[in-house]
Design a protein around this ligand. Structure first.
Ligand SMILES: [Zn+2]
Length: 239
């Protein structure tokens, strides 16, 4: 007969091998997150570890079966709609043999937390997660921030502001499209510093107000449109 203590212990995940690790790489678009991920995965592979790369099937900007950086670096990958299917698609034996799992565009995976927990805690994998921490409104994007409490390390990368060349922390959307998930590149998004995020957002909001106003008001000076617009939307911090 099982005692209450042993049944409680049975619920704890038993590691199959040495402890795994979780490393998280975040930042705005064009910050080199995928490049940093590929560099890490390549060096693990060069060091003799067996690696696998996963990306979201929602992101087919460059290739379906490869992770490709903005500057053309390439690595074969599994394009999946969810992470829970990875083990099945790969086969249990192949999954067991893998040491390191890279996940690109991780904000698109709803089951990121559970997958990372199982892979690192139970299965002893090293998981390297790269993704956007915030969306174009600087609000949390998907579940990348959820895995921060699980992580060994968190690296926030920065890009270069497209308008002034200073360090860029945010992704600015140049169009009036308001869907959170709009997979696109430099035609729609640009990295910006804080100053240009705020001024750009004011201009975008003003342009939207102008588009909604009747003709007689559009004819008034653009300054009055800018001044009349509230900027409360841009003041919310990510965390
Ligand atoms: Zn700037």
């Amino acid at each position: 007969m099982a005692s209450s203590s042993s049944s409680a212990a049975a619920k704890i995940l038993v590691p199959r091998r040495a402890h795994g690790e979780i490393h998280v790489i975040i930042g705005p678009m064009f910050a080199g997150k995928t490049t940093a991920l590929l560099r890490r995965i390549t060096s693990e592979s060069d060091g003799g570890r067996k690696v696998a790369m996963i990306k979201s099937s929602k992101d087919n900007r460059y290739a379906v079966d490869s992770v490709v950086t903005h500057d053309g670096l390439k690595f074969p990958c599994w394009a999946l709609s969810d992470l829970s299917s990875f083990n099945l698609r790969l086969g249990h034996e192949a999954y067991d043999s893998i040491d390191v799992i890279g996940i690109d565009e991780a904000q698109f995976f709803d089951d990121l937390y559970d997958f990372c927990c199982t892979a690192a805690d139970r299965d002893g994998k090293i998981v390297v997660v790269a993704g956007l921490d915030g969306d174009y409104l600087r609000k949390r994007f998907g579940s990348v921030l959820d895995v921060v409490p699980l992580a060994d390390t968190v690296t926030k990368l920065t890009a270069r502001c497209e308008l002034c060349g200073k360090r860029a922390f945010f992704t600015f959307r140049k169009t009036s499209e308001t869907r959170t998930e709009l997979v696109a590149g430099a035609d729609v998004y640009m990295p910006v510093c804080r100053e240009h995020y705020i001024s750009g957002q004011v201009v975008m909001d003003a342009a939207r107000s102008v588009a909604k106003l009747p003709d007689v008001v559009v004819a008034s000076s653009p300054t009055s449109v800018l001044e009349s617009h509230k900027v409360h939307e841009v003041a919310a911090p990510v965390m």
